[in-house]
Ligand binder design. Structure first.
Ligand SMILES: Nc1ncnc2c1ncn2[C@@H]1O[C@H](COP(=O)(O)OP(=O)(O)OP(=O)(O)O)[C@@H](O)[C@H]1O
Ligand SMILES: [Mg+2]
Length: 262
């Protein structure tokens, strides 16, 4: 029986889709059948981040309404045969899917995959509720600043009401310039930590080329690899990698990182 994990935040633009793409690629690379579902109806992005924007035919709304079969809807990644994607609809809004549609879909998909990752849209509206309705666990993504932290606290409360008790935090864009420390965020949220991702130019550069950052030689890629190993049950040492010179040397002073998968 597979596990459904929602990747959420409350605040927009903190790195949910980046996280979903890299963790999905990492789990599939480790041999786990993994499905990534873009829940951002009307504003999909995961397909572009994984270089598959011209490949998608059907979407989540088509599948939920029975227009297509699972085989037709699920797109298999060209680089990893264990990674599948289901995009959100572009031409409709989040009311085209309901929490009960999601529960019914997950019931079937859990038999087909080891992991189903739901990439939540920004906010705590319909898309958030649809994603949380069917999740067994959550990764709460935040950046170390007051607005993101406050949104994460609200998302945490709402997930508790939805009965999701397995919630871990991922602190993204960690750098020396952050207004809050990672310790303050952890102290306020009182949740287990899945990991830290540094601020790294490799993230936007790789996304722009349709490559998950975990597939690049970069500090953010290494950090995602450690997170994937933790999700698979390994005990992996925590690193908060923002030692300035080391970081710049590793990221080639902002140079475009090579994609390991070509
Ligand atoms: N660790 C990082 N270092 C540098 N840039 C980052 C990092 N993480 C994310 N970004 C950049 O931040 C932007 C937002 O990331 P992303 O799309 O993953 O966020 P999101 O939470 O999914 O956004 P939305 O709420 O709109 O769906 C992107 O341009 C991405 O490249
Ligand atoms: Mg997103």
């Amino acid at each position: 029986m597979g596990k459904v994990i929602v990747i959420t935040s409350g605040k927009g633009g903190v790195g949910k889709s980046t996280t979903a793409a890299s963790i999905g690629a990492g789990l599939a690379g480790a041999g786990k059948r993994t499905l990534l579902i873009d829940m951002d109806v009307g504003l999909r992005s995961l397909d572009m981040m994984l270089g598959a924007e011209n490949e998608m035919v059907y979407d989540l709304t088509d599948l939920a309404s029975g227009i297509c079969s699972f085989d037709q809807a699920l797109y298999q990644d060209k680089k990893r045969d264990k990674l599948f994607m289901l995009p959100s609809a572009q031409q409709t809004d989040s009311s085209s899917i309901t929490p009960s549609d999601m529960k019914a879909l997950m019931y079937s998909l859990k038999d087909m995959f080891d992991f189903v990752l739901l990439d939540c849209p920004a906010g705590i509206g319909r898309g958030f509720r649809n994603a949380c309705a069917s999740a067994d666990a959550a990764i709460l993504v935040l950046t170390p600043d007051g607005i993101s932290l406050r949104s994460a606290e609200r998302a945490k409360q709402l997930m508790e009401l939805d009965g999701i008790s397995d919630v871990q935090i991922l602190i993204n864009r960690v750098s020396k310039k952050n207004p809050l420390s990672t310790d303050e965020c952890i102290h306020r949220l009182q949740l287990p930590v899945l990991g830290f991702i540094p601020e790294d130019d490799a993230v936007p550069l790789s996304a722009g080329r349709g490559c998950a950052v975990i597939d690049t030689e970069s500090v953010a890629g290494d950090a995602f690899e450690r997170i994937v190993r933790r999700l698979l049950g390994e005990t992996v040492r925590y690193k908060i990698p923002h030692e300035k010179l080391f970081h710049k040397l590793k990221t080639g002073f902002g140079k475009e990182p090579a994609c390991k998968l070509g």
